[in-house]
Design a protein around this ligand. Structure first.
Ligand SMILES: Nc1nc2c(ncn2[C@@H]2O[C@H](COP(=O)(O)OP(=O)(O)OP(=O)(O)O)[C@@H](O)[C@H]2O)c(=O)[nH]1
Ligand code: SF4
Ligand SMILES: [Mg+2]
Length: 405
C-alpha cells in the first residue's frame, strides 16, 4: 500500500454557487488540472475527489462539488450529492464570487456551523473587483484569485492552521489495548475474499499501531491459532480476529485471554462503539417481513460469499427464522429516509471520515432507527457478543441496557 488510504486523509470540501471558481481554486491549490473549468455555470455536476500530499499538513482529499444556487434547471439529485459531501468533510471552503454573499452562503454557513464543521470563506476573483465584505458568515475570510494565484499561498497557510482541529480526533484502533512489550495475536483468514498479495486496511493499521507502541504482533490464520497459543510462554494481551471466524477464534482462545474483532475495533475508531453496540439489541426483536439496511461506504465488487450481501443476510435469517428483507446502500449514497428499516447494519467505513460515519449514526438516531455494525452484529448472531465486547465494558453495558428496555 503506497498511498495513505482515503479514510485517513483530511477531507476538504469546496462549496458555493455555480461559476464562482471552485474548480479553478482546486486546480490552483493543487497545481494540477484536477477539475474541469469553464465559464458555463454548472460545469461540475458530480463531486470530484483528488487525494494529495499538502505540505505541511500531509495527506488530504480535496472534494470539488457542483455549484448550488436558485437556478431551477439544477437537478435535485445534484443538489443532494453536494449536500451529502457537506456532511462528510472535515473542513469546508465556502467560495464567493464578486457577487458576494447571498442567502445560499448564509444557509451553507449555518448548516456547517450546526454540524460543527470548521470553514474558511474564500472571496475569489479578487482580480476582477475588490472583494465584497463577507461579514455575517462567522468565519475567517480571505481574498484570492484562482486566475492569477494571488492569495493562494495564504489560503494554503490558513488551511494548515485549521487542519489539526478540523480532523475529528479518532481513538486508536487497538494500540491503547496492548501495552509496550506485550503481544497481540491477529487472526486473519486467507480465503477467496482476501485481497491478492496484501492485507486489508484495519489489519495493516493494527500492526502499525502495535509497532508505534512498541508492542508485538503475531499474525496467524484461524487454523493456526490454537497451535500458536500453545507455543507461547506468556499468553497474549489480546486476540483480534476477523469477524467471520469469531466463533472458532473464541473456541480456540482460553477465556482468560481478551478477544475482539477488527470490525468492533473499527466501530470504536470510526464511529461510536457504545451506540453501535446498543443498536444490536434490535436484532433479537426482528420479525419476518422486517426490512434491514446494509450500509457499505465503498463500492467494492461483491464477491461470491460477500460478507455484507451473503453472509450477514444468511446468519440474520437463520437467527430470526427467515423472511428478513435485506437492502444494500453501497458507496456514498445513504438514504435520507431511514424510517422503513427495522435495523441498519453498517460496515467499518474504512474509506470515509469519522464525520461521515457519525453523520449516519446521527441520522439514524434522529429517526429512531437502531444502527449497529458488521462486527457487533456478527458476534451477536454467533452468540459471542459478551466475549467480543469484553474489553469494552461501556459498550457491553450499552448493549445490555438497550436489550433490557
Ligand atoms: N477573473 C477570474 N476568473 C476566474 C477566477 N477563478 C475562476 N475564474 C473563471 O470563472 C469561470 C468559472 O470557473 P469554475 O472554476 O469552472 O467555477 P465553478 O465554481 O467550479 O463552477 P461550477 O462547476 O459551474 O459550479 C471560469 O471561466 C474561470 O476561468 C478568478 O480568480 N478570476
Ligand atoms: S465495505 Fe466498508 S469496511 Fe469493507 S472495505 Fe468497503 S468501506 Fe471498508
Ligand atoms: Mg466546477
Amino acid at each position: 500500500m503506497q498511498e495513505t488510504p482515503r479514510g485517513l486523509r483530511l477531507h476538504i470540501g469546496l462549496f458555493g454557487r455555480r461559476n464562482v471558481g471552485k474548480s479553478s481554486l482546486i486546480n490552483a491549490l493543487t497545481g494540477q488540472a484536477v477539475s474541469i473549468v469553464s465559464d458555463q455555470p454548472g460545469t461540475t455536476t458530480d463531486p470530484v475527489e483528488k487525494p494529495l500530499e499538502l505540505a505541511p499538513i500531509g495527506p488530504v482529499l480535496f472534494v470539488d462539488t457542483a455549484g448550488i444556487d436558485d437556478d431551477g434547471a439544477l437537478g435535485q439529485a445534484r443538489v443532494r450529492r453536494t449536500e451529502a459531501v457537506l456532511e462528510r468533510v472535515d473542513l469546508a471552503l465556502l467560495v464567493l464570487g464578486p457577487e458576494g454573499v447571498s442567502r445560499f452562503e448564509t444557509d451553507l454557513a449555518a448548516t456547517l456551523r450546526d454540524r460543527g464543521t470548521p470553514m474558511l470563506v474564500v472571496r475569489n476573483k479578487a482580480d476582477l473587483a475588490a472583494p465584497q465584505a463577507a461579514a455575517g458568515l462567522g468565519a475567517e475570510a480571505l481574498a484570492v484569485s484562482a486566475l492569477t494565484g494571488a492569495g493562494i499561498d495564504e489560503l494554503r497557510q490558513a488551511i494548515t492552521r485549521l487542519a489539526p482541529a478540523a480532523r475529528l480526533e479518532e481513538p486508536r484502533l487497538a494500540g491503547d489495548l496492548v501495552p509496550a512489550g506485550e503481544l497481540a495475536v491477529l487472526v486473519v483468514p486467507i480465503d477467496l475474499g482476501a485481497p491478492k498479495g496484501r492485507l486489508i486496511l484495519p489489519q495493516v493499521q493494527v500492526i502499525r499501531e502495535m509497532l508505534d507502541s512498541d508492542a508485538l504482533t503475531l499474525v496467524v490464520k484461524e487454523r493456526e491459532l490454537s497451535g500458536a497459543l500453545e507455543r507461547l510462554k506468556t499468553p497474549p494481551r489480546l486476540v483480534i480476529c476477523d469477524s467471520q471466524v469469531v466463533l472458532k477464534a473464541c473456541a480456540d482462545t482460553p477465556p482468560t485471554i481478551p478477544l475482539t474483532t477488527f470490525s468492533i475495533l473499527m466501530a470504536r475508531f470510526k464511529a461510536d462503539l457504545d451506540r453501535l453496540a446498543a443498536g444490536a439489541a434490535a436484532i433479537p426483536r426482528l420479525k419476518p417481513g422486517d426490512r434491514v439496511l446494509i450500509g457499505e461506504t465503498c463500492g467494492h465488487h461483491p464477491l461470491a460469499d460477500d460478507i455484507g450481501r451473503v453472509k450477514i443476510p444468511r446468519w440474520l435469517n437463520q437467527y430470526v427464522g427467515g423472511g428478513i428483507k435485506i437492502e444494500v446502500a453501497a458507496g456514498k449514497d445513504f438514504p435520507d429516509d431511514l424510517s422503513p428499516y427495522a435495523l441498519i447494519i453498517q460496515c467499518g467505513g474504512c474509506t470515509v471520515t469519522r464525520r461521515a460515519m457519525l453523520a449516519r449514526l446521527d441520522r439514524a438516531g434522529r429517526q429512531g432507527v437502531p444502527m449497529t455494525n458488521y462486527g457487533v452484529a456478527i458476534s451477536l448472531l454467533q452468540g459471542v457478543l459478551p466475549r467480543a465486547l469484553g474489553c469494552f465494558p461501556s459498550a457491553l453495558a450499552a448493549f445490555e441496557r438497550a436489550a433490557a428496555s
